[in-house]
Design a protein around this ligand. Sequence first.
Ligand code: SAH
Ligand code: DHB
Ligand code: MG
Length: 221
Amino acid sequence: MNGDIFQQVDEYLERLFDDTDEALRQTQLRAQQADLPAISVSPIQGKLLHLFAKMLQAKRILEIGTLGGYSTIWLARGMAEGGRLVTLEADPRHAEVAQQNIAGAGLDDQVEIIVGPALDALPRLETDPRAPFDLVFIDADKESYPAYLEAAVKLSHPGTVILADNVVRAGAVLNPDPEDAKSIGASQFNLELAEHPELDSIIFQQVGAKGHDGLAIAVVN
Ligand code: SAH
Ligand code: DHB
Ligand code: MG
């Protein structure tokens, strides 16, 4: 595959459509300075998340996997007036950087980071007044994607949209490597998504600055 042309088209699309501002630039800079892994969504993918939130007029968003808060900020900026976003992050160091970035974007009052393993926080959210959520974005450890899908459905209402990043993994999901828990997790997630009686779903392949991957899109019936 020609990675160079994918990169060039991403840059072209960024010139046309990207709404990156100083707060988002600072977010990526702080993440880099704090040595966080460079695995956030791309600007184009961030804009897509933003559009989903806006199309849904989302007032309640749940994110699983905050990192430095880059996708968090794109999503939160797409929320309707009075919207609230909850984001789950296992690594306190990532959460600290994200907290600074969220403050820098002026989103302190709208966004709460819950620090700790997502599988601990998710059952507790079932009785949280912010649930059910209008939009869920799954982007943490791929091994737990099947469990995150079940938790997301429990925290949903009819019409909730569930998104999941990295579900193609450059085609590794075609033949998951028994040594690679990430490809097994993503592949199992995809199967459960496709067969889930309460969900109507599709997976979109993506190419671009982050190589070849895919985004799962599901709506709760
Ligand atoms: N959504 C972010 C990228 C997330 S990267 C963006 O696009 O900007 C994945 C994040 O999930 C990392 O910060 C990692 O620390 C976190 N993570 C990994 N395992 C986790 C777990 N069990 N619970 C919560 N977060 C987890
Ligand atoms: C990884 C995680 C992600 O969420 C991503 O978008 C890309 C890579 C990773 O763990 O390597
Ligand atoms: Mg991801």
